[in-house]
Structure formats: C-alpha cells, structure tokens
Design a protein. Structure first.
Lengths: 358, 75, 254
C-alpha cells in the first residue's frame, strides 16, 4: 500500500482522474475549483495527455463532446455558474450517449452568488439541469479520499453506460487538505468502441448525432435511454449507513454536511440518544429503497443540506409519508455547525409526531 | 462526341444549368420526375461541347459529363 | 469517351434536402471533390452544427459529428486534440459562425487550431425561415427586419473573415463566391489551399463562401446568384486575407 500524502481536494481529484485514465481536460477558471485545471495543465502533458483552457465553459463542454466522440477519456470541471453554462452541452452529450466526467465544486448561489461551499446544485445535477429527458450518474463524495476513489472509477463507469458522470463536490471539499492514499494508475483505457468517429477507414461512416426530427425515432431513442437509466438504477446505487442499526432518529445528508452530521451522532450517542446517519453517495440513482426500508423502523428523519431544501424532496419521495421528514439547511456558503444541527435534532425529537420543521 | 447524362430523378428544376449553358441546349422538360419537379434535359446533344459548366453549377450532382480526348483544361 | 465529371466519392448518393438552387449543394460538392483529390475521406471527421446544413452528415461519406449551435470549432478542437492525424472540418452558416459562435471561431483561429472551416454566408437565417443574420445587408428585408435592416436599430453587417485574418494562429483566410462557375472554380482552389494548410499542420484555415438563399430572399435561383454579385460582393469583397505560405496583399486572388 502506498504512503498517504497530504493533498488539497481539487488537486487530489485531478490526480485521481489521471490515474483513472483521463488524458484530455478542457475547462475554464472559476473559483473554487481552479486548482483542478491548474493541476491538469502541469500533469497531463507529463503523461502524454492534452490540457486546454477553453474560452468559456460552453466551449469547454463542447470540446468534451467532440473529444469523447473521437474516443478520448475526457473530463471538464467547473463550479455552479459555469455548470449552468454547460447545460446545453451536457444535454447533447447525454443524448448522443457519450461518456465523460464532469466535476462541479458547488458554490453559493443563485447568480454569481459566493465562493464558499454549498449544496444548492442538487436539483441542477439530478433533475436534468439541461433540457430533455435524461439523467446523469451523480456521485457526492464526503471527503478527499472518497473523492479520489470515486474519481478513479468514474471514467470506467461513464464508458460502461455511455453516460456522463457528475462528481458533485463543494468548495470545502475542493479546498481542504486531507491525507490520501492514491491507488495505482489504471491500465490503458479501452479503445475498441464501435461508435467512435475516428475516420471511416475500412468501414461505413459513422455519425454522432442528437437530432431526430421524426417523433417516432426520438420517442424510441428516449425509451432506449430510459432502459439504460433503469439498468443504472439497479446496479449503481451507493450509500453509507452510520450507526443506524438501532437508530430511532436518522440524519440524512451527503458530502461535507454528512461529516458534520456524523460528528453530531458521535457527540449525542453518549447521552443515550439513538441517532444515526444515512448518507447517499450516489445522488442519482438515489438510494430510494434502502432509505425507505430504514424509514420503516425509525421515528423520523432530519435531512440536513447546505441549501434551502433540495435533496429533502428525494428523501420525502423515498419515504412516501411513512414517517415525518424534517429539514435543516443553510445557504449562501455557510456550513451548518454541529451545534446548529444538534439543536434542530433536539427540537425534532421534542416534537415527536411533528410535521415538517424548517 | 461529348455528352451529358442527367439523372433526372435527382433534379429539382432550379434552372441554374439552363442559364450557364453556352450552347443554350438545356431546357426544362414538360414531364415531372418522381420528386414532383420538372427536370432539366438536353435533346440537341450533338451541340454539346462537354464544357462541364452545367455540371459544375448544379447543386445536386445531376449531370455526368463525357468527353473524348483528355480534358482541355481541368482544375 | 471518358467520364470527365461526376459525383465525387466523398459525397453520398442521397439527394439533398436543400431547396432547389441552394448553393449548399455546390459547396458540399466542392468540399467532397477536394477530400477525394487530397485522399482525405477515410481520416475525415466533419462537424455539422445547427443550420440548414445540420443534415450535412447525410450527404458526405465521412464520419461526422452533429454539434450545438455555434460550437463547431470547439467540437472540432476536441476531436483534433484526441486525433491529431485526422482531418477535421466544420461547415457553418452565418448565424452559427458569426452570431452565437463568435467566441469559438475567434479562439480556434487564435489558438491556431489545425482545423478547416467552411463558412457559408447567405446573409440570412435559412433553416428557421428567413430572420436577420449578422451578415444581413443594410436595407435587406428579413422576417425580423420587415422594413429592411436599419443600422441604427439592428447594427451593421459583420465582416468577420477580415477579423479572423488578424489571428496569429490563422494560416489561410479567404472569401470566395459561388455565384458563377468561374467563381465556383476559384472557391474550389481556395478550399484546396485551406485543406492543404491543415494537412501540412500550418494552423487554422477558413474559407467564406458567398452563397444564396433563393427561398428566403424571395428570388429564383438564378436571380439569387445575380444578387450575390451585385449586392453582396460590394459589402463582402472577395480575396485572400491571409496565406502563410506567401506574401499576400489584402484583396489578392485566391
């Protein structure tokens, strides 16, 4: 096992991408993820890859489209407003069934907002973001090591399903430094893709296309995409349960917020209160069934987010009225503190049959 | 003797070939093709000199041009 | 007797969806002829962005990617960076290149991206049925300038090709016309030079082709070609604006 290194989240994500086989990066500077393109600009040429700073986030996502269609293992990274710009391109990539990895280090919004961490792009990530019926595989790491592990597998995952994979981080994850053990470099990426446009030598020409004017054709294409999303939902759900075996109250949170929730549990358990954490790691596909099962045996759930309430809607859908679902959130770049979450939890415990507390 | 062969079913009747023929031998036929256009055609083939102007202005590659000797000037 | 003129191999057999007399058909054929003559068909990836010619992927016998509106030079960049030995060209209209795609075309030229751009300027938006383009002439009637383009409200026509010639990364920048056979042949010569620039890794190349839109101009195809000559050329002068392989005075012949 390699030695751990102390490394900043953004840089770790970039290094992990390269170890996972990424050889093409197109991006644009935006706080708080600039270390990703900067790291890529140094490291990619060292491994024979290509780094290009594009003229905008829009140009960058379209470079990703072209590069992926040509068979490259390619990624882009940005933060909330830049991810908004990319939405048309992402819809195109999903429609054309091209693999790629997109990293969003979420910052406070809406608008230009702030540069501090947030989780207010959950809707954007899991509810399209762009136009049309499509889904991204969305992963929410809760620490730098987990971000590295998820990133290492992200390109294989994207290629397995010919789908974009979105790593939903936040400004804190990108900026924090933690000890990380990097897995070894993966071998060369598969190149025998039978849909790649790399020159019609000895074969019929291929077209990578998203235009389907005949409504029957487009409907059939949508059915095909939905079948794929159903396969992803069956196979790629990821989540973690922390001290839920005997829990009566469960905090539901992802990413950085989940870490604070775990420390709430660590603090409150010695007081005799049975609290646990349910932590989705795949935000799409959302771990509906495990959460529903858990909800069946607890008194209520408290969803905590760095937003005004986005993932809580998926929690409510999963729980389907079985037990009350409460919400606590902060926006603007603030991270809920352990004390704030604890106070809200105690309030929820006090009103044992209470409805939605906000 | 040079000749031009029109793949009539490709023709959209745009008449650009009619305007460029220096011998003025191309005209629009009375009949309709499968697309519902009246195609361009030539009957006085003996007057064709194989200049290829018609073929070069045709947007739909309707016209193949045949000539005897090596082309006088080709690009 | 031998066949001296026929459909090039890089052009598919399909009859195009373009209007009768539309010069897209001529431009497509010229590109295909050059791809044949330079033996590029099997390593070519074309990019077809939004516009009447979004369907270009049906009319060429090469790999193609359909691209979002304006973004073809970025898509081309992605492809060329993954496959530097391939031949990559975009085929863009005036809205695509000179309205929504101005950033992408300027930066592809500035980067000296080793791609070739065919720029079809017909001074109007064809696919969406006749709205103003950045290249619409002053006084020209379109569906969004029903009284004729008034520069005080809607600005002036954009000569973007001259601007692209200023980019240090540009290797060959030219404007030609498709309004008669002599100019069609000059256009082919320019496309040949442009494609050779890419083959020789000299940088970015673009050929603007003054083209017609008989349907939305409300003219016959023959009248439309005449209008290019009488009305468009004075605003969009023909010539080679940059050629790194030789000293070129502005406005020199292609």
């Amino acid at each position: 096992m390699a030695e751990p290194v102390l490394i900043k989240g953004n840089e770790a994500i970039a290094e992990a991408a390269i170890r996972g086989g990424c050889r093409f990066f197109f991006g644009y500077p935006i706080t708080p993820q600039n270390e990703i393109p900067e790291y890529m600009s140094r490291r990619l040429p060292e491994v024979g890859g290509v780094f290009l700073q594009a003229e905008s986030e829009i140009a960058a996502i379209n470079m990703v489209y072209g590069a992926s269609g040509a068979g490259g293992r390619v990624m882009t990274s940005s933060s909330s407003p830049g991810i908004s710009l990319k939405q048309e391109g992402i819809s195109y990539i999903a429609a054309a069934e091209l693999p790629c990895v997109i990293v969003n280090m979420v910052r406070g919004g809406p608008g230009l907002g702030g540069i501090q961490p947030a989780q207010s792009d959950y809707f954007q990530a899991t509810r399209g973001g762009g136009h049309g019926d499509y889904r991204l595989i969305v992963l929410g790491p809760a620490g730098v090591q987990e971000a590295v592990n998820l990133m290492m597998g992200a390109f294989d995952l994207a290629e397995k399903y010919r789908n974009p994979v979105l790593i939903l981080g936040d400004g804190a994850l990108g900026q924090m430094m933690e000890p990380v053990v990097f897995p070894d470099y993966r071998g060369p990426a598969p190149t025998n893709k039978d849909w790649v446009t790399n020159g019609a030598k000895g074969r019929e020409p291929r077209v990578i296309n998203t235009l389907m004017l005949d409504p029957d054709d487009l409907y059939r294409h949508n059915l095909k995409l939905q079948a794929k999303y159903a396969r992803i939902s069956e196979n790629e759900v990821k989540y973690e349960e922390y001290m839920t075996d005997d829990a009566e109250w469960v905090l539901v949170a992802y990413g950085t917020t989940a870490r604070v929730c775990k420390s709430v549990v660590d603090q409150i358990r010695p007081e005799g209160r049975k609290v646990g954490v349910f932590r989705p790691i795949s935000l799409w596909p959302f771990p509906k069934e495990p959460l529903a099962k858990l909800a069946g045996r607890v008194k209520s759930l408290l969803t905590v987010e760095m937003s005004m309430g986005q993932m809580v809607e998926d929690v409510r859908l999963s729980v389907n009225g079985k037990v009350p679902v409460h919400f606590y959130g902060k926006a603007g770049g603030l991270i809920p503190t352990r004390a704030e979450i604890r106070n809200k939890l105690l309030e929820v415990m006090g009103t044992s049959k209470g409805g939605d507390g906000r | 003797m040079p000749k031009v062969v029109f793949s009539e079913d490709r023709c959209k009747g745009c008449e650009l070939c009619v305007t460029v023929c220096p011998r003025k031998i191309i005209f629009i036929a009375d009949r309709m093709n499968a697309r519902g256009f009246r195609p361009a055609t030539v009957t006085a083939m003996d007057k064709c000199n194989g200049c290829t102007l018609c073929a070069r202005i045709c947007p739909d590659t309707v016209i193949d041009v045949y000539r005897d000797a090596p082309a006088a000037k080709e690009d | 007797m031998s066949l001296v003129f026929t459909r090039p191999k890089s052009l598919s057999e399909r009859v195009t969806t373009y209007c009768p007399g539309c010069t897209h058909g001529i431009a497509h054929r010229l590109v295909a002829e050059v791809l044949d003559e330079l033996d590029l068909r099997e390593k070519t990836i074309g990019i077809a962005p939004v516009g009447c010619a979004v369907f270009a992927y049906d009319f060429f016998n090469t790999d193609f990617q359909q691209a979002a509106h304006g973004r073809a030079p970025a898509v081309a960049t992605g492809i060329k960076r993954v496959l530097p030995e391939s031949f990559v060209f975009t085929y863009q209209g005036d809205g695509d290149l000179a309205a929504i795609g101005t950033a992408e075309i300027i930066h592809a030229a500035t980067r000296g991206e080793n791609i070739s751009v065919i720029f079809i300027n017909n001074a109007i938006y064809g696919m969406t049925s006749g709205q103003m383009a950045p290249t619409t002439l002053v006084g020209q009637k379109t569906t969004t300038t029903p009284g004729g383009r008034d520069p005080k409200k809607a600005g002036y026509p954009l000569c973007i090709t001259e601007m692209l010639a200023l980019a240090p990364g540009a290797a060959y920048v030219a404007r030609c016309s498709l309004h008669n056979v002599a100019n069609i042949q000059k256009s082919k010569a320019a496309i040949t030079k442009a494609f050779k620039m890419q083959v020789e890794n000299r940088g970015f190349s673009v050929v603007e082709l003054l083209s017609s839109c008989p349907t939305n101009w409300g003219m016959t195809p023959a009248q439309a070609l005449k209008w290019i000559e009488t009305d468009m050329i004075p605003v969009y002068p023909l010539g080679v604006f940059k050629d790194v392989t030789q000293e070129v005075a502005p406005g020199g012949d292609a």
